[in-house]
Design a protein around this ligand. Structure first.
Ligand code: FDP
Length: 293
């Protein structure tokens, strides 16, 4: 019989299970609102990026709903300049990227929500996450989570989220590469690395949303990178909101992450809006990359 997410979460801490379920429900509502909340808002976020109506709405909806849950003490959102205090007696501290890949909204390509869950105060190293998850709004909405118990995937159906795959492991050998940034801005050593992958038969598949591009690496194996660039030494992705949760998931799936020097989960954040060169994928590919960089 197909397990639903509630049954699957019976094995973990009750409050954490409630939080994961709550975030699943919130994300469903965000996904359902996508056809209706269209267009640009007249504001920029802390990173100077133009916000969409749906970016702002999803952010506020997450804040309001997580506040009502009483489970969350502090929230850090990619759309907010500062930490948001929710409940003094909340148990968890949560990072959210309410709508990752929002430049894909116009073209109706993949977008999603990325979440990191901590007990330690924010900001802190990614290795202090107790759970991480993302919800991918694709042809089917899927929820992927780890609570340090392996990586599990659920499909959104008429009966809610039902288990699709338990204990996902990155397929070996990986055969895809997915890399952001202009090629002319890549560091020469990284360019050489990609040329070698191409010579080995690796195929380029880049969609322009971290959540979607990461998801295909998780299922097919390979490497995703938003690398250090000549123009932007820290690349584009945000340590707290994007790179840490995905690194936590990839390491739980038997893969690895690096900022070029070591695991992203070891990076000590100085600010909540810090960016980090991000490379995630099969272990052998990350090891080779670290040597070449
Ligand atoms: P977006 O700007 O559309 O929100 O960090 C956000 C992000 O998307 C990632 O999801 C994605 O991997 C990357 O930026 C895409 O950047 P490029 O447009 O430079 O490819």
């Amino acid at each position: 019989m197909t397990k639903n997410i509630k049954e699957h979460l019976e094995g973990i801490d009750k409050e954490l299970a409630s939080l994961i379920l709550k975030i699943g429900d919130i994300s469903n509502t965000i996904s359902n609102e996508l056809p209706y909340r269209r267009g640009k808002a007249d504001t920029k976020n802390v990173f100077g990026e133009l916000q969409l109506v749906i970016d702002k709405w999803a952010d506020q909806f997450l804040i309001d709903e997580l506040k009502k849950s009483n489970l969350v003490k502090t929230l850090a959102s990619e759309e907010q300049p500062d930490l948001v205090k929710l409940n003094d007696d909340g148990i968890f501290n949560v990072t959210v990227d309410p709508l990752d890949g929002s430049s894909n909204i116009e073209s109706n390509n993949l977008v999603g929500t990325i979440i990191g869950i901590y007990k330690k105060d924010l900001p802190t190293q990614g290795k202090n996450q107790i759970a991480a998850m993302y919800i991918l709004f694709g042809p089917v909405t899927t929820l992927i989570y780890t609570a340090q118990n392996g990586v599990h995937e659920f499909l959104q159906t008429k009966k809610g989220f039902v288990l699709r795959e338990e204990n996902i492991k990155l397929p070996e050998p990986g055969k895809l590469y997915s890399v952001g940034g202009l090629r002319k801005d890549w560091l020469p050593s990284f360019n050489k690395y990609v040329e070698e992958l191409e010579m080995e038969g690796f195929k380029l598949r880049y969609g322009g949303s971290f959540v979607g591009d990461f998801n295909q690496i998780l299922h097919y194996g390979g490497i995703f990178a938003y690398p250090a660039l000549n123009t932007k030494p820290n690349g584009k992705l945000r340590l707290l909101f994007e790179s840490n949760p995905m690194s936590f998931i990839i390491e739980q799936a038997g893969g690895a992450s690096t900022n070029g020097n070591g695991s992203i989960l070891e990076v000590e954040p100085e600010n909540i809006d810090q960016r980090v060169p991000t490379y995630v994928g099969n272990k052998n590919l990350i090891e080779k990359l670290e040597k070449m960089l």
